[in-house]
Design a binder for this molecule. Structure first.
Ligand SMILES: *Cc1c(COP(=O)(O)O)cnc(C)c1O
Length: 344
């Protein structure tokens, strides 16, 4: 990466290499596998980085473990807000260190995710119907109980942890030219962009969000962090704002992302079916937005070389998932996503 584009306070390649050491033995080095179907459909090598195979079912273990393991020994515990996957990963890492963990979530978080967090021994607080309310509760507990707050995306250690994915992809496949990254608060995209562009400045890093409440996309367009209305989505893990006081992930994404693409709920629905029926992979809606963007023709023109899509997680509601697999309509808080049987 052009050193001029690295700003003071941003995580560096050295921080990402340190993160890799710190989280080894907790977060896995995940498989990078070719998809025959998507390779044919896109006309270029199409690789899938299987982050849903992490022990917590999502990549967020990388950032959470890096942040929790870096804490001094005498902290009273950790607290976070989460759309589900970050909370589960913080709970997992805190348990490994014997620390108390409190996870604040909104009522929009699917029950399967809430139960997964409780099962790891963390305390769960359900507050309000937005990530902003969950964040406010998390900050209150930080201030009143002295717990250390671990942001899901706006934290240098979290971003460095997520960046280890970028190292793994380009070490294994230095010929990759395009990275498709599900984008919400931007910790994942920021970390991967720093790691990938340090190794290969010409690599294209494309963020993909759902078109309902895409906070980072709206913020980049506005030139500053903006609030969005949070609505239910098949990509529930991509919900929530980026924080009006965002310190890191917004600036890094604005500087380093080559493009941000938005996909519809119907496109996400199709991509979940594609991954299951063609590649036999179970992945949650947030994970498949890169595939959805390719299938919808929203990435054109795409560089000719290999593409890697990060399949970020698999913590889904099995009832909704099986409805999608059989082509049923999905009711998202009153908005109907029209179903279709795969292949029809
Ligand atoms: C959190 C999450 C994302 C988005 O990561 P950000 O760092 O918030 O942009 C994507 N997919 C899944 C499954 C997630 O849990």
């Amino acid at each position: 990466m052009n050193p001029a584009s690295v700003r003071a306070g941003w995580p560096t390649l050295a921080d990402i290499l340190a993160a890799r050491q710190r989280i080894a033995g907790t977060a896995l080095q995940t498989p990078l596998v070719p998809s025959q179907y998507l390779t044919k459909a896109s006309g270029r090598d199409f690789l899938l980085k299987l982050e849903m195979t992490q022990p917590t079912g999502a990549f967020k273990l990388r950032g959470a473990a890096n942040a929790v393991f870096a804490l001094p020994g005498d902290v009273p515990g950790v607290v976070c807000c989460s759309t589900g996957n970050h909370g589960r990963s913080v709970a997992f890492a805190a348990k490994k260190r014997g620390l108390r963990a409190v996870v604040c979530m909104s009522a929009l978080v699917p029950n399967a995710k809430v139960e997964g967090i409780r099962a790891l021994g963390a305390e769960v607080r359900i507050v309000g119907r937005s990530q902003d309310e969950a964040l406010a509760e998390s900050l209150r507990l930080r201030d009143e109980e002295g717990l250390v707050e671990v942001s899901p995306f706006d934290d240098a250690l979290v971003i460095a942890g997520q960046g280890t994915i970028g190292l793994e992809i380009l070490e294994e496949r230095p010929d990759v030219e395009t990275l498709l990254i599900p984008l919400s608060g931007g910790g994942l995209a920021a970390g991967i962009a720093i790691a990938a562009k340090a190794n290969k400045p010409a690599v294209k890093v494309i963020g993909v969000s759902m078109d309902r409440g895409a906070a980072m996309e709206a913020s980049i367009r506005a030139g500053h962090p903006v609030a969005v209305t949070e609505v239910a989505s098949l990509a529930d893990s991509l919900g929530g704002g980026i924080g009006l006081e965002n310190r890191l992930s917004f600036a890094i994404c604005r500087e380093l992302l080559d493009a941000v693409v938005l996909v519809s709920e119907e496109e996400i629905y199709r991509a979940m079916q594609t991954l299951y029926y063609e590649d036999r992979l179970v992945a949650e809606g947030a994970s498949v937005v890169g595939i959805a963007a390719m299938q919808a023709g929203k990435l054109d023109p795409l560089p000719p070389g290999p593409v890697a899509a990060i399949i970020t997680g698999r913590n889904l509601d099995m009832k909704q998932y099986s409805d999608i697999m059989r082509g049923a309509n999905i009711d998202l808080d009153g908005t109907i996503v029209r179903g279709r049987r795969y292949g029809e």
